[in-house]
Write a protein that binds this ligand. Structure first.
Ligand code: MN
Length: 159
């Protein structure tokens, strides 16, 4: 079964990447301060945050001033994912370890999310043909929807 995954680059009070997986009709979400890494040796902190509606995966624009997370949001990657070693994503999340394969435009191949403590998780690339030491956030900084940079989105949709 193919489910949606999305990564939104978001300049709130701090720049971060919101990593989202469709689970039972909502987007389970983690804020990844440094963004995903293709290097299996690099473990990226991913802080579990509130669920979002499925349609939010396509949102690109500015969250208005005064609202939580005010600032520009870019659809940095979008695609589908499949589960690895599990047929029940909710159970795997409850147990604190979820393996999955991403079919995105920037992120592909096998990954795992592992819970360390409370809402802190680690996002780690598994070693496969898509692993790389290149910094994907630097190499491909723009939107997969519009091709725009975050600053272009900010000025384009200025409130
Ligand atoms: Mn965010």
């Amino acid at each position: 079964m193919n489910m949606i995954f999305a990564v939104q680059k978001h300049q709130g009070s701090h720049l971060h990447y919101d990593f989202r997986l469709e689970v039972n009709g909502v987007l389970k979400s983690w804020a990844v301060p440094k963004g995903p890494s293709l290097d299996p040796a690099v473990k990226r902190l991913a802080v579990a945050v509130e669920d979002h509606y499925l349609d939010y995966a396509n949102f690109e624009g500015n969250i208005p001033k005064g609202q939580y997370g005010a600032g520009p949001v870019m659809v940095w990657d979008l695609g589908t994912y499949t589960l690895e070693d599990s047929d029940n994503v909710a159970t795997s999340l409850a147990n604190g370890e979820l393996g999955f394969v991403l079919h995105g435009q920037k992120l592909r191949g096998s990954w795992v999310l592992v819970r360390t403590r409370n809402s802190n998780w680690l996002l780690i690339k598994h070693r496969d043909a898509y692993a790389s030491s290149e910094d994907i956030t630097k190499l491909k900084p723009r939107s997969v929807l519009s091709g725009r940079s975050l600053s272009e989105i900010k000025s384009m949709y200025n409130q």
